[in-house]
Design a protein around this ligand. Structure first.
Ligand code: FES
Length: 158
């Protein structure tokens, strides 16, 4: 289950300030922001741009370029399905597409009841057990339709 805290500008500034001494601080800051709040709110873009002394447009470009960053809060549970080569060779794309159709979501979407967010990930190091997935950070190998349906139903109950 995601343990994110509500958006708080002062806390975001603390996180930014704590990383400013790093070389290339933008990505570490964005990861830390997402870790704290569960997503990267649009509101942090001007704050970050000012702190890093770059334009808002540049900062917005960085945030939207990387698939890792969520732009809205996630559901109570997060399922990441691997879309990289080894998993593709084991049918992951069809398994994922059919699953998303069954639960009426698109990649990155969150169920209306807030139970589950489904995201793509690109290799979990579980290639020997493809197709791989992460459910709330727990690795799962040899994912199939039955496993995914169970996870979706488990997510609804908790
Ligand atoms: S390609 Fe999917 S876990 Fe490596």
């Amino acid at each position: 289950m995601s343990g994110a805290v509500p958006w708080n500008e002062a806390r975001a500034q603390e996180i930014i300030d704590a990383h400013l001494g790093l070389e290339g601080p933008a990505l570490p800051i964005l990861h830390a922001i997402q870790e704290e709040f569960g997503y990267v709110p649009e509101a942090v873009v001007p704050q970050l741009a000012q702190s890093l002394n770059i334009s808002r447009a540049e900062m917005h470009g960085v945030v939207t370029f990387y698939h890792d960053f969520r732009h809205a809060p996630a559901g109570r549970h997060v399922l990441k399905l691997c879309r990289a080569e080894s998993c593709q060779s084991m049918g992951s794309e069809k398994i994922a597409k059919d699953f998303l159709e069954r639960i009426k979501l698109e990649w990155g979407g969150t169920a209306n009841d807030g139970s589950l967010t489904v995201e793509a990930i690109y290799c979990l190091g579980l290639c020997a057990h493809s197709p791989g997935a992460l459910y709330d950070g727990e690795p799962i190998g040899r994912v199939d339709a039955e496993i995914l349906d169970e996870l979706a139903s488990e997510a609804q109950k908790s």
